[in-house]
Every structure is written in C-alpha cells, then in structure tokens.
Design a protein around this ligand. Structure first.
Ligand code: TRH
Length: 379
C-alpha cells in the first residue's frame, strides 16, 4: 500500500521526530511504500545526519522524503493519508483524494495524551465538506487508544544493551563520556526552565556524585547562567561540587536512544523523547510542551495519574511534586531531595511501566490494522 504522511514543523523536532519514526517503521516492519512530506527539510536533516537539508526529494531508509512547498504540484494521493497533528493538507491534494477512483483512508494523527477523553475520540470519523471522511487517530497508553510508537525489536535491543556494561562504556566513550564509578548518570533535554538552577544546586550539594549529560539545545542558556559562563558548546565539561556537567552534541535519534538507555535518570520533553525515555525503563522527568491557556497541565496530570498507579502514596506524591515543580519552574531542588528516598521504587516502577506498555499493540501496527478494518467496511 502507498502511504503519504504530511508533517509541518511547528518548532522543535517533535513533529518530524514522530513522523520520521513512524514512516521508517511502516516501511521496515510492514512493507509499506511511504512518502513523508515535510515543510522543513533542515529539521529532518538535524535528526537524520547524512540527509540533505536542501533536497526536494531524497530516499532515506526506504522512505521517500519530499519537500512540502507552498506551491503544491499535483501528486497522486496514496491509499492512506496521514495528516500529522492537524497540519492541514494542501487543498489541491484533498481535491485529488476526493476524485481518486480507489477510496483513500484519511487519518489525522493526534498528539499523544493520557487524558480520559482520548479513548472516546480515537477512531472517530468526521465528515468533510467534500464528502470525504477524516478519522482521528489518537496514540495513547490505554487499550482503547491507538498505541505508542515502538519498533518491533526496541525493547529487546534496549534490555540487551542495558545488560552489557562494555557496550554501554564503548558507546559513552564514543561521545567522550567517562562515567566515574558510583556516579548517577543523568541526561537533560528540556526547554528553557527557571527551575534548573534549584535542581543543579541540589545535585551539586548531594552526598553522591552525579554526571549530567546535556545535548546542545534550548536549556543551555539556563545552564550557562548557572555556571556563570558566556557560551557552552559540545565537549565542555564543568564540575560544581558533586555535580559534573558535560555538554554533548545533538546526536542522531538512534544514538539518543542509547544515551537514554545508559542513564539512571532522564529529563525529557515534548512527545517523542518523552516516550523514548519510557522505553528506556528508567525514572524520568517530563518537561511538557506548553500550550495556550495552560492546557498542558491537564495532560501532565493525566499522565501522572496513570504512571504513578503502581507506586506507594508517598512515592507517587514525590514524583508528582517533582514533575509539577519542574514544569512550574520553581522548587525543583526541594522536590528532587524529596524524591531520592524513593529511588528503588521508582526504578522498579519504570521497568514495570515499560513492560506493561510494551505488551500492547504499537502505533504503526495499530494503523495498519485500522486500515485493514476500514478496507473491509469500505469494500
Ligand atoms: O523537540 P520537541 O520539543 O518537540 C515538540 C513536541 O513534539 C511537541 O509535542 C510539539 O508540539 C512541538 O515539538 C512542536 O521534543 P520531542 O518531541 O522530544 O522531539 C525531539 C526529537 O529530537 C526526538 O525525536 C528525539 C530527537 N533527538 C535527537 O534525535 N537527538 C538528540 O540529541 C536529542 C536531544 C533529541
């Protein structure tokens, strides 16, 4: 089958990160032909080194990447069309879908959310003015949702890597990281956050050492301010008390996965890294993407309620407190200290969560299944 996936890069890397991952998986695991239309090839090249940021068309890992330009040139629609995150398809393309002799399945892939209403809306059709139906497809954490992006071998690879100390040391050495014995390894990927200073103070004053790995990105400004430095770049290492800070380059997606797998604790953001940290099976901290009128707080609370279900009331309270303070940008140091006594329980919970979620259907497989079901109705 032919799939067209449309992606508009709003800002950051989440939109292209998710669609690129999905496109690759549809090709590699389901033998589908996939075109990924993206309006900023440069954002794609950032997460896929070796890709051509200037190309109008290129093939990577079996996926045909196409630059989605304002002046849309006609193109025969695929059998399945995914409009990622309500990105608004070109009008001419929608018109071509409406007159295609073989029906097209049109899906709007929504942002990931643990909110209750997701199950009720997942898979619902909406009739468009030209007579086409558009279905809403919601990824999610519960049985009634569309599942989560997870490659078939991901968890096996991750667990094998986590069990292989030499492989981890080699990987880290490739990034210039030498982990001191006993140091807590932490990765940090976040938006600007006024709460960072409090967390770093707590880590620096802690009884045990921590090694913080920070890929280049938006948080560097706050890090510079705390360190009292002009400009941090990849390769820089600084020590403050018990805390060693090391700036890394922004690495390729598969490498970033490995980084998460190596760490004892991962601070992540947005959507894709948030999910990848869950697959790493280690305690995590989520910097959620801010939405208008604070809509992201409901999303945060919904996830916290689900994620902390297996924890004692005290441990669940500590996780909630840390995540709330991180997202509010205050009181992070105190919340971090309150979390530490629950470390063992959090580590166990993160592993359980990975196992439970990993037993469910993944998003790509759910999409293929949805298409098959739809075909049997549409026929
Ligand atoms: O970049 P983000 O903040 O993206 C966000 C969210 O997706 C949000 O929902 C969306 O609305 C907004 O963009 C516009 O965070 P996210 O989703 O984690 O995406 C980052 C991607 O970058 C992810 O695929 C992992 C990847 N990555 C690397 O490939 N290498 C790296 O070194 C790092 C740190 C990340």
């Amino acid at each position: 089958m032919k799939w067209d996936i449309f992606c508009r890069v709003v800002d950051n890397y989440g939109d292209i990160g998710v669609t690129w991952r999905l496109a690759r998986q549809l090709v590699a695991e389901h033998g589908q032909a996939v075109r990924l239309w993206v309006d900023e090839m440069a954002a794609f090249a950032q997460i896929c080194p070796g890709a051509d940021a200037e190309a109008v068309r290129q093939v990577r890992e079996g996926v045909e990447l196409r630059l989605w330009t304002g002046d849309w040139r006609s193109s025969e629609p695929g059998d399945v069309v995914i409009e990622a995150f309500g990105c608004d398809l070109p009008a001419a393309y929608v018109a071509a879908m409406a007159v295609r002799p073989t029906k097209v399945l049109w899906l709007n892939l929504e942002y990931l959310s643990a909110e209750d209403w997701v199950e009720g809306c997942h898979g619902l059709p909406s009739l468009q003015s030209n007579g086409l139906q558009k279905f809403f497809f919601f990824p999610g954490f519960t049985a009634g949702s569309g599942g989560l992006l997870r490659e078939r071998e991901l968890l096996n690879e991750c667990q094998a890597f986590q069990a292989d100390a030499a492989a981890r040391a080699d990987f880290l050495a490739g990034l210039g990281v030498r982990q001191s014995p006993g140091a807590r390894l932490i990765s940090l990927f976040a938006y600007e956050n006024a709460g960072l200073a409090g967390w770093l103070e707590a880590l620096a004053a802690d009884g045990s050492p921590s090694h913080l790995l920070v890929p280049e990105g938006r948080i560097l400004g706050d890090l510079q301010t705390w360190l009292g430095m002009e400009r941090l770049v990849a390769g820089d290492v600084r020590q403050r008390g018990q805390l060693q800070i090391q700036v890394l380059p922004f690495i390729e997606q598969a490498q970033y996965d490995r980084l998460l797998w190596c760490c004892d604790f991962n601070a992540v953001r947005g959507e894709d890294s948030f999910l990848r940290a869950q697959w790493a099976g280690r305690p995590l901290l989520w910097h959620i993407y801010q939405q208008e009128q604070g809509a992201h707080w409901d999303k945060l609370e919904a996830f916290l309620a689900l994620y902390t279900q297996g924890l004692s009331a005290e441990a669940a309270g500590a996780v909630k407190r840390l995540w709330r303070s991180w997202n509010a940008g205050e009181g992070v140091g105190e919340s971090w200290q309150a979390l530490l006594p629950h470390w063992a329980a959090l580590a166990e919970q993160a592993d359980n969560w990975r196992r439970e979620q990993g037993a469910r259907i993944d998003l790509a497989a759910a999409l293929v299944q949805f298409y098959r079901n739809w075909l049997s109705y549409a026929a």
